[in-house]
Design a protein around this ligand. Structure first.
Ligand code: 13P
Length: 252
């Protein structure tokens, strides 16, 4: 196992209440205890309703908190039901997931995601930018085409690459218990890396995560791909035990 920093990012989606802080607390304890054994960064992205309370309660250098989306508008505005990046930052978010397929499937376009990335970067938030092909795109051989378009239409050369973590999440793998074949995944991660390097300086080192049905048993498969910088974990991040087991098993 290499000594490279690995990201383990939880995406709670529309789950969790104030009592769910116990999950954060347990993960934090684990993160602290294993700080010398595993070189890892743990981030939990919670619903907007919890970010302020959790960030006040959590006094920790060992895990960070984030949210899952924002409105693209930079300042206050007449947008019913929305919150902008600045409000989320002031509520305690350090990270923000943008471009998740749950939102793309509700009509979020690459152009809109680009505006959101811009406004979140202006707030100095760290971005977890999700890309991934649908089952239909995969079946019709359009995986690379889709990924290239998602990257090129949302990412600009002037963006700070070290503030963006890319997450490859094939839509067909989210919540389905299906994961890509390892050889296929290796090629895709390489492709994403090369696409990003075309936009930024050649010596830039883009961080790329895998997400989609990651659990404590299949995590071992992924440790054979050194190019993967970590994981974006949905369902399994809502249980401290499952989340911790994923981290432990990765390093086994
Ligand atoms: P699952 O891990 O539940 O498949 O979800 C993945 C995901 O969407 C993380 O953003």
């Amino acid at each position: 196992m290499t000594n490279k920093l690995r990201y383990f990012i939880g995406n709670w989606k529309m789950f969790g209440d104030f009592g769910s802080f116990r999950i954060i607390h347990r993960i934090n304890q684990f993160s602290y205890k294993s700080r010398k054994r595993f070189k890892k960064k743990i981030i939990i992205c919670v619903p907007n309703t919890l970010i302020h309370f959790f960030s006040k309660k959590l006094k920790s250098r060992f895990i960070s908190l984030g949210v899952q989306n924002c409105h693209h508008h930079q300042s206050y505005g007449p947008f019913t039901g929305s919150v902008n990046a600045s409000m989320l930052k002031r509520a305690g978010a350090e990270f923000i997931i943008l471009g998740h397929s749950d939102n793309r499937s509700e009509g979020e376009t690459n152009q809109l995601i680009k505006k959101k990335i811009k406004s979140a970067l202006n707030e100095k938030l760290n971005i977890i930018f999700c890309i991934g092909e649908t089952f239909k795109e995969k079946k019709s051989g359009k995986t690379f085409f889709t990924l290239r378009k998602q990257i090129r239409n949302s990412i600009e050369k002037k963006f700070k690459i070290n503030k963006i973590i890319f997450a490859y999440e094939p839509v067909w793998s989210i919540g389905t218990n299906k994961v890509p074949k390892i050889d296929e995944l290796k090629k895709i991660i390489k492709f994403i890396k090369s696409e990003i390097k075309k936009i930024f300086k050649k010596d830039s080192y883009p961080k790329i995560l895998y997400g989609g049905s990651v659990n404590d048993s299949n995590i071992r498969l992924f440790s054979s791909i050194p190019d993967i910088d970590g994981f974006l974990i949905g369902g399994a991040s809502q249980s401290s035990k499952k989340f911790i087991d994923i981290v432990k098993n990765y390093y086994k």
